[in-house]
Design a protein around this ligand. Structure first.
Ligand code: GLN
Length: 197
């Protein structure tokens, strides 16, 4: 299974480290040709306005969208989730429109308002997932084919899946908990066996 991590900005090193803990050597992606042959791609957290600009500059938008259309898995964390959205509440950045979700950036305030929260995730087992939110976005609209995997105690969704596509407001790569990355790898393996599951 070949997994790529978009490595133009943000915390891609942490994703790569967590994947290697699971025995997966991933590929850093900076140019469109580096997407070739991949089964899955992670778009890390960082700054979505910068990510958006660099993705345009390096001609990465269209090939990433094609990957998603070809049932390859794509997972965006935090700023990556903003890029996955269909629409966001501001004009900048321009999202990739891969998932049928609406997203609000910086929904909890400034950097100082970052927080951690234990989340119950039905897909995993009974142990809550300790989620780290750093100047995080929140999902404000969930389309029909989108499954909510986790929500905050107030009911706002913060992890969603739509077929082969995954988005999380928080940063599993900043914890030692490998369950979300394992979930993404399992999803990728399932897609490789036959899309649309
Ligand atoms: N606030 C950032 C943005 O809007 C996201 C922060 C993050 O990825 N940790 O892009």
């Amino acid at each position: 299974m070949k997994i790529g991590v978009l490595a133009i900005q943000g915390d891609f090193i942490e994703h790569i480290a967590l994947l290697s803990k699971l025995g997966v050597i991933s590929r850093q992606v900076r140019l469109p040709e580096q997407l070739e042959g991949l089964d899955g791609l992670i778009i890390p957290g960082g700054e979505s306005t910068t990510l958006s600009r660099l993705m345009s500059m390096y001609h990465l938008r269209q090939p990433v969208a094609q990957m998603a259309q070809r049932h390859k898995t794509v997972w965006g964390t935090c700023a990556g989730m903003i890029m996955m959205a269909h629409e966001i509440t501001e004009e900048d950045p321009i999202p990739l429109q891969l998932m049928d979700i609406g997203v609000q950036r910086n929904a909890f305030g400034r950097q100082i308002d970052s927080f951690e929260q234990d989340l119950d995730i039905a897909e995993f087992n009974t142990t809550p997932f300790h989620a780290i939110f750093i100047r995080a976005p929140v999902i404000i609209r969930v389309g029909e084919g989108v499954k909510v995997l986790a929500e905050l105690p107030d009911g706002r969704p913060v992890a969603v899946r739509q077929g082969n596509l995954l988005a999380t407001s928080f940063h599993p790569e900043l914890t030692r908990d490998t369950r979300f990355h394992q979930y993404f790898l399992d999803l990728t393996a399932n897609q490789a066996n036959g899309p649309g599951q």
